[in-house]
Each structure stands twice: as C-alpha cells, then as structure tokens.
Design a protein around this ligand. Structure first.
Ligand code: AMP
Length: 300
C-alpha cells in the first residue's frame, strides 16, 4: 500500500483542562497525524525527540504501523508544550513552549522515505517544510499545515511553500490572517491564487470547508456528548485525511470529500480522550460506524 510521509513536532504536552492537569502526556502535531493516518495506510514519520522520550511511546507508534526510521533521538529533552483551556474548551492559551531538541531540528528524510507519494508537512517553520520538499522525489500529493506564528515571522517563506503544495489546511483565523480577507470564500480564493489547488478551512466545533476551485463542500463537526481534550484535533484531521487519500489512491473531488469526512471522524475520536488515548483505541468498526453516522447527520 502507498505510504504517507509525515514530518513535524513530536512532543510532551502539559494540559490544564476543566480543573485537571495532565503532565507531560504524549503530543505533537506529527504524533497525532501519524496515529490518525495509520488507521488508513502505512506511515513514515520524521521528527526529533530527546533521550527522555519513553520506549512506551515508541512502541505505541511502531505497533500501529508507523515506520520510525526517520525518528531522530538527540541529546537533550523532547519538545514540551503547555496549554490551558477555557472552561467551555472553545479557546486555549499557551503557557509555555520549550522547544528543546526541536529548536535545532533539520529534517533528514531517510533514503527509503524519499519516494513516498503522499507527504504531510506538519506545522513547523516553513523553511523546514521547504527543506523536506527539497529532499523528496516528486510526491503525488503534498499537504501542509501552518500557524499564526509563521504567518507573522516567515511570511515570504510561507508564500514560497504555497507554490509547492497541493493542499493547505488552516483554521479560519489563519486563513483570514494569511489571505488578508475576512470573508472565508474570498480568503480561500486568494489562497488558491497563491498556489494550492485545494484549501481546507477548519472551524473547530463548527466543522470544515473544502474549496476546490469554485466547488465548496461543507461538513459540520460531529456533535459529541463530551469533549475531554481538544488538543491535536487539527493534526488528527489532516493525518486521517491524507491517510485516506493514500489508501484510496484517488484525488478526485468525491474522494476529497470522503477524506474530509474521515478526517472529521478521527478528530471526533481524538477529542474524546486525553492525549492520543481515544485516537489509539478506536477500532476500524468504530471508524466505520462514525462515518455512517456522518452520513445520517448530513442527509436531507
Ligand atoms: P492542535 O491542537 O491541532 O493545534 O495541535 C496541538 C499540538 O501541537 C500539541 O500536541 C503540541 O505539542 C503541538 N505544538 C504546539 N506548539 C507547537 C509549535 N510551535 N510547533 C509545532 N508543534 C506545536
């Protein structure tokens, strides 16, 4: 089966959620994306951790079919991010970001990963995202994520990156900031003009919009009884989406729409547990059931 190459942060997260603190749980954009994509296809992960990264986390990834030939273990501590969520979980503040070994990360793509047809560039410095593209062999499909920090301080590099990707996945605030348009339809059009043929704008608990030229697909998020931890939902969405595309080996409009549904299905599992707990425990039958649930939810 066609593998997906995923590059990005691997982290320990300290989370303060609804009066409880979860210290140094497994996190990172590439971690969430890899576990989500591995529900659909083989995954090749490139990232860096410190000597403190536990064997249990390595096993968790390996067990799920994630190839760790590109996992660099550097002297020092693993990237650590700490955040606190608002009571209703609709927003969060970053309390600290200890880059640690991630500060000097220069992605080195192993020889065996360079022909991966599907590539996901997780949120990181766009200079590094470009370095990844310089090392791979004409992938069929490239997805990139980013964040407000890079839109602020690496704008030119981000514009160069946009010319080299097929799909940009951003949230609504990032789409507005990057495009300079408050209206999301105009924002997507402007982002198309900068390069990517497909743009997805995530709107958190309000779902996601898929833009392909003049075509728009809108999917709500699954209304859930309880959300335990929203961390990583966006990375999970993107990982599942590209994992599904790799498995289907189909980049048509209908296939992309299905990929958005699978992304939303896996994101719904992600937020139901702390860290990667529920994302890891979801079975293929659970995924299938929730996919059908989406069908009922949106049929009229
Ligand atoms: P999300 O909730 O989808 O925005 O992703 C949360 C994940 O991103 C957490 O697990 C963090 O470890 C990771 N993260 C936080 N800040 C950064 C950053 N500056 N660069 C890369 N990853 C980050």
């Amino acid at each position: 089966m066609r593998p997906t190459l995923i590059v990005g942060s691997i982290a320990f997260d300290t989370l303060h959620i609804q009066g409880k603190s979860h210290l140094k749980v497994l996190g990172g954009a590439a971690t969430y994306a890899s576990i989500a994509a591995a529900h659909f296809c083989p995954v090749q992960l490139v990232g860096v951790v410190g000597r403190d990264f536990p064997d249990s986390a390595v096993h968790l990834l390996r067990e799920r079919g994630v190839d760790l030939a590109g996992l660099e273990i550097a002297d020092g501590e693993t990237f650590h991010w700490e955040g606190r969520y608002s009571e209703d979980l609709s927003s969060r503040e970053t309390i600290r970001t200890d880059l640690n070994v991630f500060a000097d990360f220069r992605p080195k793509i192993p020889e065996t990963f360079r022909t991966a047809p599907f590539v996901m560039l997780g949120n990181m410095d766009p200079t590094l995202q470009i370095e990844v593209l310089d090392q791979v062999d004409k992938p069929r499909f490239v997805l990139a994520d980013t964040m407000n920090l890079w839109i602020d301080i690496r704008h030119a590099e981000l514009m160069t990156l946009l010319k080299r990707i097929d799909l940009l996945v951003v949230n609504d605030a990032e789409a507005r900031q990057l495009s300079g348009h408050g209206n999301l339809v105009r924002a997507a059009r402007e982002l198309h003009a900068q390069g990517p043929k497909t743009v997805i704008i995530k709107k958190g608990e309000h779902g996601a919009l898929l833009f392909q030229g003049e075509e728009i697909f809108s999917l709500p998020a699954l209304p859930l009884h309880g959300v335990a931890d929203p961390t990583g939902a966006g990375d999970t969405f993107a990982g599942a989406l590209i994992g599904y595309l790799a498995r289907a080996n189909d980049l048509s409009g209908p296939s992309l729409r299905k990929a958005v549904v699978y992304g939303s299905v896996l994101a719904s599992f992600c937020v139901e547990g702390i860290s990667t707990e529920r994302l890891t425990s979801a079975t293929p039958a659970d995924v299938h059931r929730r996919f059908e649930h989406f069908r009922q939810l949106t049929a009229f």
